[in-house]
Design a binder for this molecule. Sequence first.
Ligand SMILES: [Zn+2]
Ligand SMILES: [Zn+2]
Length: 206
Amino acid sequence: MSENVILKNISERTYEDAIAFHGHSCGGLALGYAAALYARELLDLNYSEDEEVVVITETDSCTVDSVQVILGCTAGKGNLFVNNWGKNAFTFYNRTTGKAVRLMMKPDFFKSNPEMDALRGKVFSGKADEKEAARYRELSNQRVADILSTPGSQIYDVKEPQQPIPEKAKIFDNIICPICGESVGDARCVEVGGQKICQFCVQTQK
Ligand SMILES: [Zn+2]
Ligand SMILES: [Zn+2]
C-alpha cells in the first residue's frame, strides 16, 4: 500500500468518523470511542496501519466499531479479536513497546434511565410514535454527550491483561480441498485420515 492511500492519521480521526463507519451515534459507540482514546493515551498508540496495535474485546456491541475507526484494529487485519462475552472490556496491546492494558467499564458508570429503557423497547419494535421517538433520540444524544465529556479514567478501570498478546496474523498457503475441489487456506483445514479437508466439508460430510 502506498503512503498516499492511508486516509487520515489518528489525530484527525474523530467521533464523526466513527459515526460515518457505524451508521449512527449511540451510547455504545461513544463508550468505544472513550476506550480507544484512553488506550491511545495510556499506551502511546498511533493509528494501526498494520498490526502495531491489537485489541481483544469482550463484547460484540456498537463499541467495537469506534475501536476499529480510531485505532485501526480491524476485522480484516488480524488485530481485532471480538468475543461475545457481554462485558464492556477491551484489552489493548502496543506491539512496538510490549505494553498492554485491559480497560473495564466501572461497575457504577452505567446508570440505567427508566424512561429511556421504556422508550427503547417501543422504538426498536416500531411501536413508538413520533414524539416518543424524538424523546428517545434526545435522551440518547444526552447520554452520548455525557460520555464524550467524561475523562476515560472516570469511565474505565485500568486492569492487567488476562492473556498474552495474540500471535501475528498468518498468511496461508492455499491447497485444494480433496472433497469440494475448492482452494482453501492450508492452516485453516482439518486433517482427516491424513488428508487436509476444508472446514465446510468436515462439518457437512460426516
Ligand atoms: Zn450503535
Ligand atoms: Zn471442501
